[in-house]
Design a protein around this ligand. Sequence first.
Ligand SMILES: [Zn+2]
Length: 282
Amino acid sequence: MNLMRRLLRRPAPPIPEALWRDALEAMPFLDRLNADEGERLRVLCAEFLARHRVGGAAGFEMTDAIATRIAAQACLPVLNLTLALYDDLAGVIVYPSAFLVRHSEIDEAGVVHEWDAEMAGEALDAGGAIALSWEDAHADTICDDGGNLVLHEFVHKIDMRDGNANGCPPFLAAFHRGLDAREWKDAFSAAYADFCGRVDALEARLPRRFDPDRDDHADLYAELAGALPLDPYAAEHPAEFFAVASEAFFCWPEPLATAYPRVYTLLAAYFRQETLSSAQAS
Ligand SMILES: [Zn+2]
């Protein structure tokens, strides 16, 4: 966009008061924001919605209330950064429930394998969109178990801003002069290795013929997983560890900060926010 167009661009119309109040009420994890932060988030949301299309697919009817909720969660990680981190976002596509995505892989013999996987959310890199299942995103908006699908996918999008998602987001000259890439890698690699060890130990305690559809097996898994500082999905890949740790950072930071204090500190420095209530009080 040239300078003249940028100067002439009008500010996005504000999110109406009632709509904003309803969005905040639906997302209690936003309660920690003070009045100034809340107002800045509201302005950022309006700007986000002016720049990016948030639409429904497969019969899902988008409403202003749902678009506002998604925008508020999308904007939370960039509240003290810049919306430019989403400049290559093609849009947000919301499905009523989990959707099928075709995956393919070439094996060592050069044979292409293709299969459909059911997804709750997906972020595509390099100018791609974010797709969300509203059934899952809606259930996560209260963040009561430290998880939040919308935050997860948008944090992937930030991670992808400088290439493939690898667990190290781009450091911006305007905000991240104090961050060191080597320190980031060291802290996250150590935490990831530790966490994978914890998940291996969890799996070793499961019955040999583990069946997630059996109630007693599912209960045991939930009990063991509940004792972990993060959702076990974080052990899938360093990029997933970064996304899941970021969800925890915004929604339920205490277990993360206790288990991996360096990761908490680096996330606080990256997002330029403190989410621990004790840190806010000091
Ligand atoms: Zn992910």
